[in-house]
Design a protein around this ligand. Structure first.
Ligand code: NAP
Length: 242
């Protein structure tokens, strides 16, 4: 039995649910009463975990079959799996370019296409794609990542138009400066252009974002009451991008 709450009776899949933002989304949606499954390379205990690489369609399909067997059809999808990368464009190998596009963009393609039959059959669905504020601002040494995340925003808009008549909303949340292992790893490697504290001083709300900030936005966007919101890029970045 699912706990009472907004999500009671609904099954949500969160990619990248083993860490950072995806993990916080799993925790929040579980607290809201959804049956939550995490797809990740290394799924943590935040939800019903399924090991899957989102770039591998066969793995995604297999993981979703298991989720359906346990929880029934999937009508909520949050695509949070992602990887960053830092390299001067002149030195960027095509293999790195391809892998970053594969994880951040093609992974969304596979997961959306794989859950779509469930949503179409239900006449109801909610998809949230976690992109990046860098798609708005650009970011040096991240040409592959920025390109992939910009494409995720574009895909979101195209799908919103196509899937709206089927009762499915599609929105993107581009986070900016959220305290996760990904951010701390970049800080540790000196790739942030300063420390997290330096960035806090330049952030209008004067704090680093928390994974829970993104989770709260996702929780709203997948709810019944957000049904008139689709095709939107909903920035959550402490005012760093306006
Ligand atoms: P994170 O802590 O590194 O979490 C990302 C998760 O995705 C990890 O568990 C990772 O697994 C998993 N993952 C990576 N490649 C995967 C694949 N091919 N298949 C399945 N799972 C995969 O990073 P995060 O900061 O929470 O990032 C979540 C999302 O927010 C990402 O899309 C990221 O680009 C985006 N974002 C974050 C920030 C920020 O400030 N933190 C800013 C802008 C955008 P492993 O750890 O095993 O690799």
């Amino acid at each position: 039995m699912s706990a009472p709450g907004k999500g009671a009776g609904r099954t949500a899949v969160v990619t990248g649910g083993g860490s950072g933002i995806g993990k916080a989304v799993c925790e929040r949606l579980s607290a809201d009463g959804y049956r939550v499954a995490a797809l990740d390379l290394n799924p943590a205990a935040a939800a019903f975990g399924q090991a899957a690489d989102v770039t591998d369609r066969a793995q995604v399909d297999k993981a979703l079959e298991t989720v359906r067997e346990h929880f029934g059809p999937v009508t909520v999808l949050v695509n949070a799996a992602g990887m960053d990368g830092f390299k001067r464009f002149a030195d960027l190998s095509f293999e790195s370019w391809q892998r970053v596009i594969d994880v951040n963009l093609n992974g969304v393609f596979h997961c959306v296409q794989a859950v779509l039959p469930d949503m179409t059959a239900a006449g109801w669905g909610r998809i949230v794609n976690i992109s990046s504020s860098s798609a708005h601002s650009g970011q040096q040494y991240m040409a592959h990542y920025v390109s992939a995340k910009s494409a995720v925003n574009g895909l979101t808009k195209a799908l919103a138009l196509e899937l709206g008549p089927a009762g499915i909303t599609v929105n993107a949340v581009p986070p900016g400066f959220i305290d996760t292992p990904m951010l701390r790893k970049a800080e540790g490697r000196g790739l942030l252009g300063g420390t997290v504290d330096d960035h806090i001083a330049r952030t209008p709300v004067r704090r680093v974002g928390r994974p829970e900030d993104i989770a709260a936005t996702c929780a709203f966007l997948v709810s019944e009451e957000a049904g008139y919101i689709t095709g939107q890029i909903v920035g959550v970045n402490g005012g760093r991008n306006t």
